[in-house]
Structures are given as structure tokens and as C-alpha cells.
Design a protein around this ligand. Structure first.
Ligand SMILES: Cc1cc2nc3c(=O)[nH]c(=O)nc-3n(C[C@H](O)[C@H](O)[C@H](O)COP(=O)(O)OP(=O)(O)OC[C@H]3O[C@@H](n4cnc5c(N)ncnc54)[C@H](O)[C@@H]3O)c2cc1C
Length: 391
């Protein structure tokens, strides 16, 4: 029996796309191990408020905050609500009604063969599944040994008194506290009194090691941090690689498609926001009796619309600029960023912002920083901000 779509990988991206396809009455099969999601996934609430969940967003979150705190050289209290998902609820809601085969595909190139109209995916168990379209939602490629960059973080769960001593108050989500560069503190205080603290490094090439981040977090926590081993979270988000080859018959989605934001390392909201668009493109193409390369091409166009490719280029340049700054200037950079009108910095943080929105935010930061940092930005790689100002 041949299906409309086989999705390999049931992380947030694969599950979201499967859900949106099933809503459109497409015949979908997901191939993935039955592993639960271990990461703590957060998002700005408005970014996912209209996502296709099949349930109210409030039923799918573990934590929800109205105020988000950022500390650069000064403190910013941002009135933009933020949520952390309840992984088990999000996963089961998205995959409700979706056929899942608990298996893996050993080789995403050689174990998938293509006929004119359909593709056949051979699984590790030896069985096969056939569909008009295969989607690769297997997540980011691992950081190659000896090369490649990543955002890294080391997290521990502490009680609210311990968190308060490092500035993380109950009821306020600390997105980044840059008071001790070159890494920043992230703090999610949950309603049950537990607080996830993470010592986080923005993208670095080579990545900052988890041991280094653990040492810094424990030093920050002092006596309380020396021994605790509660709720350890180890984060490595590979970033900075090329986008997938869009001439492939197997279409990528989610982190495997390069949805990880070049500056923040986030991709869950991007996948949730893109799933309806991509599912709709597949529905229309299937309804037109397209298959093979035509269906794959229509899907790629929805995965990476042309405007978003230009946005991605600006985001990547933004990361280059940030990386060219000395540690001491990063806090000032974020002060300027979060002093922009909220709609400007919010748009910048979205993978699906327009190129114009991203440029506007970058120009706003350029205007907002002091003369020394502005000079550095002018002379940053590619003279990026000179290019923006010249427009
Ligand atoms: C600890 C951590 C915290 C993070 N926090 C956030 C956050 O707060 N907000 C945010 O937006 N992003 C966050 N990210 C970054 C990013 O969003 C995640 O990496 C996210 O999991 C990407 O989703 P995905 O579905 O594309 O890929 P993945 O979550 O990696 O899912 C891939 C799925 O494919 C399966 N799979 C892989 N290979 C195969 C195969 N060969 N055959 C079959 N199945 C396969 C895997 O088992 C997995 O289920 C975080 C990342 C980490 C590691």
C-alpha cells in the first residue's frame, strides 16, 4: 500500500507536519523511534498562538510567563508572554490520529529509493514503506568532529531560593542575563517552585564545551551549586551549516531543513508556524495529481519560500556581526536590541520574518549602540552594517 507522505522523525517538526497533513485528510505515516522529547522547549507565546495544535495552547504548556527579563548592561522587563511546552502533551496531541511506525532508517540516502511517482523507505527492521513524498524531519546533523559550530548550554534544576540568589525571580522568565560574559544565564521558574537554570553560550565555532559551562554555572551558584545533580539538561544545537540541497527528492523539514534560527538556536516555533503552510502545499500538489519531482519541488518551495531564504541570509550576517564583537560589547548589543520597538525585535527573532523586518531591526541596533560599538559594527565582516545603512 502506498501512502501520500512518509515522514522520518517524530520530533516537534515531524509531529507538527504530520498533524497538519492529517488535518488536511492526507494519508501520512511517521517512522521514528518511540523516544520521548527530553529538551525543554520554549517559545514566545504569540509566535505559536495560532499554530495547528488540535488543542488549546494553554493545555500544552508546562510554564507560562507574562514578563520576560533580559539583562545586558541594564535590566529589561519585556511584556511579551513566553511559554515552555509540556513535551509529553505536545507530542501526544500532535501525533493523535497519526500512524507511527516505531523504527529507524539507517541511511537517509541509500535506504530510500525513488521510482517515477513514489519513493520506498527501507527501515532498520527490514520492512519498507512507500509514499508519493518522503520528508526528512530527523533533526540537525551532529556537529562534525574537528569542525562546525553550535550553541551549547548546561542546565540544572534548583529551588526558588537558590535561583533568587542569582537574580532569577519567581513569576518572571529570565531569557538571558549577560552580567557575567562570555556566557549568559537562562532561568525558567516553574509554578511548582522548581527552576531550570542554564549557563548558555551563543553560537561558537568550535562550540564551548559543556564541562566549561557546567563549571561556570556551579561557580555562579556557589555552595548550593557545587553538588546538585537535579534535572541536568545538556544542550548542543548544531548551527551554521549549509541549507539542504533542494534538488533532492527527499524534502527536509524542521531542524534538518535549517530552521534553527542562526542567532537564537530556536526552531520549534518555526516548525509549528511552517507546518500548515507546507502541509497545504502538499495537499494542493497531491490534489493536482502531482508526484515525484513535481511534488518534491512544490514542497521545497513551501519549506523555504524565496523571501525566507533572503531573511536567512540577513540572519546569518547578523550572527557574524554579533560574533565579531568583543565579550564586553555583547551586553550593550542586546541592550540596544531589546530597546527597539517590540514589533521590531520580535520580527527579527522569527525565521519567517521578511528581509525588510530583519534589516530594520539591525539598523535599529546600529543606531542604538554607543560610538565605539558602532565603529566595530561598521568594520565587522563584510562591512555588513555599512551595507544596511547604504540602503
Ligand atoms: C536541550 C535542547 C533544548 C532546546 N531548547 C529549545 C527551545 O527552547 N526552543 C526552541 O525553539 N528550540 C530549542 N532547541 C533547538 C531545536 O528546536 C531542537 O533541536 C528541536 O528538537 C528540533 O526539532 P526537530 O523536530 O526538527 O528535530 P529533533 O527534535 O531532533 O527530532 C528528530 C526526530 O527524528 C528521529 N530520528 C533521527 N534520525 C532518525 C532516523 N534515521 N530514522 C528515524 N527517526 C530518526 C529522532 O529520534 C527524533 O525523534 C533545543 C535543543 C536542545 C538540544
Amino acid at each position: 500500500m502506498s501512502h501520500d507522505v512518509v515522514i522520518v522523525g517524530a520530533g516537534p517538526a515531524g509531529a507538527a507536519l504530520a498533524h497538519s497533513l492529517v488535518r488536511r485528510n492526507l494519508d501520512v505515516v511517521v517512522v521514528s523511534p518511540a523516544s520521548p522529547w527530553h529538551a525543554t522547549y520554549g517559545s514566545w507565546r504569540d509566535d505559536v498562538a495560532n499554530a495547528e495544535f488540535g488543542s488549546s495552547l494553554d493545555d500544552l504548556v508546562r510554564g507560562s510567563w507574562n514578563i520576560v527579563r533580559v539583562v545586558g548592561k541594564r535590566e529589561h522587563l519585556l511584556s511579551r508572554p513566553y511559554v515552555v511546552f509540556d513535551n509529553s502533551k505536545l507530542r501526544s496531541t500532535l501525533l493523535r490520529g497519526v500512524a507511527v511506525i516505531e523504527d529507524t532508517v539507517n541511511d537517509m540516502v541509500n535506504d530510500i529509493s525513488h521510482g517515477r511517482d513514489t519513493s520506498t523507505v527501507r527501515m532498520a527492521s527490514g520492512t519498507s514503506v512507500e509514499a508519493r513524498l518522503v520528508v526528512d524531519a530527523t533533526g540537525s546533523r551532529p556537529v562534525p568532529q574537528g569542525g562546525g559550530g553550535a550553541q551549547t548550554a548546561f542546565g540544572l534544576t534548583v529551588d526558588s531560593d537558590t535561583a533568587r540568589r542569582v537574580g532569577v525571580q519567581s513569576g518572571v522568565f529570565t531569557l538571558m542575563d549577560w552580567s557575567q560574559p562570555p556566557t549568559f544565564l537562562y532561568g525558567a521558574p516553574f509554578a511548582d517552585g522548581s527552576v531550570l537554570l542554564e549557563e548558555t553560550s551563543l553560537y561558537a565555532h568550535p562550540p564551548r564545551s559543556l564541562e566549561y559551562l557546567e563549571e561556570r554555572l556551579r561557580a555562579r551558584l556557589g555552595r548550593e551549586g557545587a553538588t546538585t545533580t537535579n534535572g541536568v539538561e545538556r544542550v548542543t544545537i548544531p548551527m551554521g551549516g549549509p541549507l539542504p540541497d533542494r534538488t533532492r527528492r527527499v524534502v527536509a523539514f524542521g531542524a534538518s531543513a535549517g530552521y534553527v534560527h542562526p542567532v537564537t538556536g530556536y526552531s520549534v516555533a518555526a516548525s509549528l508556524r511552517a507546518a500548515p503552510r507546507v502541509a497545504e502545499a502538499i495537499r494542493v500538489s497531491v490534489a493536482r495529481q502531482q508526484s515525484g519531482n513535481a511534488l518534491a519541488n512544490a514542497t521545497w518551495d513551501a519549506v523555504w519560500p524565496a523571501a525566507q531564504l533572503r531573511t536567512r541570509a540577513w540572519h546569518t550576517m547578523g550572527l557574524d556581526v554579533l560574533q565579531s564583537l568583543p565579550d564586553a560589547a555583547v551586553a550593550e548589543f542586546f541592550d540596544a536590541f531589546f530597546s527597539l520597538p517590540m514589533h521590531q525585535w520580535s520580527a527579527y527573532l522569527r525565521v519567517d520574518a521578511t528581509p525588510r523586518q530583519v534589516r530594520q531591526a539591525m539598523l535599529g541596533v546600529f543606531r542604538g549602540v554607543g560610538a565605539t560599538t558602532r565603529f566595530r559594527l561598521m568594520s565587522s565582516p563584510g562591512g555588513l552594517l555599512r551595507a544596511i545603512v547604504a540602503r
